[in-house]
Ligand binder design. Structure first.
Ligand code: 5GP
Ligand code: ZN
Length: 130
């Protein structure tokens, strides 16, 4: 009984650390609760088109783990970040992008509180709209 309680407590801790925030849109996308076509999916990351693109190519690269923002990253998130950049590289190569921009928003510029990198490319990349 005690072992079971300890196990459940540990599981709850892990859930808080790694799992979803209940009201987070990107967690719902990651879990499949909100249907979205993934351009790329790996064990740690998904990439999908932004619903409101500001450039010809506007892809969001999102860790499956719920990390709040670029300034709330810890050492244990290192492999997730590396994977995000690996996915960015793949998207740049697959789409033969000669010029591109990778961006994070933060503070009041960030509208979804789940870390995501914007991959922007195309004729006009409207930085100010992002
Ligand atoms: P932020 O302003 O937080 O850096 O960027 C959030 C981005 O997520 C915005 O560009 C917005 O258009 C996009 N976005 C918000 N909700 C959804 C959604 O439900 N699906 C998709 N594909 N993109 C979304
Ligand atoms: Zn989330």
């Amino acid at each position: 009984m005690i072992r079971r309680v300890k196990f459940l407590a540990k599981e709850a801790q892990l859930r808080v650390k790694y799992m979803t925030s209940k009201d987070c849109i990107f967690c719902k996308i990651v879990s499949g609760e909100m249907k979205t076509n993934f351009i790329v999916e790996t064990d740690k990351v998904v990439a999908f088109n932004d619903i409101n693109p500001v450039s010809d190519v506007h892809i969001l690269i999102v860790p499956k783990k719920h990390i709040e923002s670029a300034v709330e990253i810890s050492d244990s998130d290192a492999s997730d970040l590396v994977e995000m950049h690996r996915v960015a590289k793949k998207l740049v190569e697959d789409n033969k992008l000669e010029a591109f921009r990778l961006a994070y928003n933060g503070g009041r510029f960030q509208h979804v509180g789940h870390l995501h990198m914007h991959l922007l490319a195309g004729q006009k990349v409207d930085w100010k709209k992002l």
